[in-house]
Every structure is written in C-alpha cells, then in structure tokens.
Design a binder for this molecule. Structure first.
Ligand SMILES: N[C@@H](CCC(=O)N[C@@H](CS)C(=O)NCC(=O)O)C(=O)O
Length: 206
C-alpha cells in the first residue's frame, strides 16, 4: 500500500504513528507530496483526494482512503487486533468520541489558527485569511489543552486505560501547537506528564 504525505506535518504524523504502533513500516511505500509547493492542489492529486490534503492511503487494488481516522481504522484491522481503535463496541465508541474531541478542540483548532491568523503555508496556498476567527480558534485550542489536562488527571490515556488513536490525535495536536507557538498552559501538568510518557513509547520514540 502507498501513503501519499509530507513527512513532519501533523496529520501525516498521525498515520505514521499508527504505522509505527502497528509495526507496519515494511508494508508501506511513502510517496512524497510537495505540499509547500502546492502539489496537493494540482488535478492529479485532487483526483485522489478532492479535499486537497494529505495523507492519502492507496491500496494495491486502487482503493483510496482519506481522513486519518479512516486510514487508522484500515491499518488497525490488518492485524485483527484493533487496539488503536477499540476492541469492543464500548471501547470503539469511547475512542471515536475522544479522538473527535481531540480533532475539534485541539488539532483542528490549532490548524485553523495557523491557516487563518498566521501566514500559514504562504500566500499561494492560503487563499482565505480571517484573523478574528483564527485567533478565536487559538483560544479554543488552549481551552482544549485544559480539557485534556482534566481528562488525564483522572485516567492514564485520552480514551481510558489504554493507548489509542485518540492519544495519537492529541500528540499531533500538541506537536502542531509547538510549531504554531501555542504554548501549553503552565498549570496543565497532567497533560505534560502524559505527553512525556506516551512519546517515550518504543514505537513512537523510534
Ligand atoms: N481531516 C484530514 C486533515 C488533513 C489535513 O488537514 N492535512 C494537512 C497537513 S497536516 C494538509 O494537507 N494541509 C494542506 C492545506 O491545507 O493546504 C485528515 O484527517 O486527514
């Protein structure tokens, strides 16, 4: 299978973390998409993903899967052990709920700040800017950090007692926040301790 992405960007990083956790590195061919040069907005790439974003998974039979959550579902099911997305109906429900919160309250909020209230990926790509909305999303990202700090004061991982794709989304959100210079509030000690712990996991540290 092929993954079209740009190494180091937050959403590609989510899928790369899932690949590392599932030990699937030798089954994937990465295809570099030059996002800063706008390659993801060209017709050839839009034919694969009309949303014009990376990552994209392409299977050997030509099936295209976009959206990190959907790609992670596919990768997680390859082994028959769906530990990242949940093993029971209840685990799957809670994992999807928390991962969606991680997108809406943190990762996508930082992304909106980056794209709308900073120069983002540059004038060629950022065709729409909205400083007020971008700054509001920055505040929401910080509120999101406080929300996850409170969650992690009560439990070991974002979706309960095991590492899951919800943790991956929060890790990516905090990585994007570092890049966009949105600092974690000083008092969010549980979030900071969790981050130290999960990023030291053998698969992710490697
Ligand atoms: N919801 C999408 C988000 C993908 C996304 O926003 N990717 C970013 C890279 S981190 C991108 O391609 N941005 C290019 C752009 O916005 O022009 C997913 O889960 O895959």
């Amino acid at each position: 299978m092929k993954i079209y992405d740009y190494e180091g960007f937050p959403n590609p990083a989510r899928v790369r973390m899932a690949i590392a956790e599932k030990n699937l590195g030798d089954k994937v061919e990465f295809v570099h998409v030059d996002v800063p040069a706008g390659e993801h907005k060209k017709p050839e790439f839009l034919a694969k993903n009309p949303s014009g974003v990376v990552p994209v998974l392409e299977l050997s039979d030509g099936t295209i899967v976009t959206e990190c959550t959907a790609i992670t579902e596919y990768l997680d099911h390859l082994s028959g052990e769906t530990e990242l997305t949940g093993r029971t109906g209840k685990e799957r429900a809670v994992t999807h709920m928390m991962q969606r919160r991680a997108e809406a309250r943190l990762l996508d909020a930082v992304a909106d700040y980056f794209h709308f209230a900073t120069p983002g990926l540059g004038p060629e790509i950022e065709s729409y800017q909205n400083d007020d909305w971008g700054k509001r999303r920055r505040e929401q990202a910080i509120e999101g950090m406080r929300y996850f700090d409170a969650i992690l004061a009560e439990q070991d991982y974002v979706a309960g007692d095991r590492f899951s794709m919800a943790d991956i989304t929060v890790i990516a959100g905090l990585g994007f926040a570092d890049f966009a210079e949105v600092a974690i509030p000083e008092e969010c000690t549980h979030l900071k301790a969790w981050r130290e712990r999960v990023t030291s996991r053998p698969a992710l540290a490697a």
